[in-house]
Write a protein that binds this ligand. Structure first.
Ligand code: RB5
Length: 142
C-alpha cells in the first residue's frame, strides 16, 4: 500500500500520480488534501509519514509546491527517510543507497511527465542491501 498526500500546491500533480498508480494497479491510500484551496502542508506530510512509520503503508509519496516543506516534515517522523527528488538519477540512487521509504516532489518545480517518471523509478528500484549502506542508514537514527 502506498500512502499519498499533498497540499494545495501539489493537488493537481497528485491527481496525475494517482492516475499512474491506478494504471499500474498499485494500491494506494490518499491522505488528502482534496482541492486547491489553501491548506497547511505539515498536516498531510505528518499523516503520510506516520502511516509509513507505523507499517500501515509500505511507502509514501508527498507533493507540495517545492517538495521542501513536505520532506522536512516527513523526516521528523522516526523511521522515515524521505528524499526530495527532482531528477531520475537521485530517485534511483536514494532507493539503492538510502532505502528511502517516502519521497517528496515539488509540483512547481518538476513537470508532470518527469514527476511520473521519477515516481516510477523510485517505486521500482530496490535497496542495494550493501553492508556499507545498511551501516550508514543505521547511523542516522543512533
Ligand atoms: C505553499 O504555498 C507552499 O509553501 C508549499 O506548497 C510548499 O512549497 C512548502 O514547502
Amino acid at each position: 500500500m502506498i500512502a499519498i498526500g499533498c497540499d494545495h500546491g501539489g493537488y493537481e500533480l497528485k491527481k496525475e500520480i494517482i492516475q499512474y498508480l491506478e494504471s499500474k494497479n498499485l494500491a494506494y491510500k490518499d491522505f488528502g488534501c482534496d482541492s486547491t484551496a489553501s491548506v497547511d502542508y505539515p498536516v498531510y506530510g505528518k499523516a503520510v509519514a506516520k502511516a509509513v512509520a507505523s507499517g500501515e503503508c509500505e511507502k509514501g509519496i508527498l507533493i507540495c509546491g517545492t517538495g521542501i516543506g513536505m520532506s522536512i516534515v516527513a523526516n521528523k517522523v522516526p523511521g522515515v527517510r524521505c528524499a526530495l527528488c527532482s531528477d531520475c538519477f537521485s530517485a534511483e540512487a536514494t532507493r539503492e543507497h538510502n532505502d528511502t521509504n517516502v519521497m517528496a516532489l515539488g509540483a512547481r518545480v518538476t513537470g508532470p511527465g518527469l514527476a511520473i517518471k521519477i515516481v516510477d523509478i523510485w517505486l521500482n528500484t530496490p535497496f542495494s542491501g550493501d553492508e556499507r549502506h545498511i551501516r550508514r542508514i543505521n547511523m542516522i537514527e543512533e
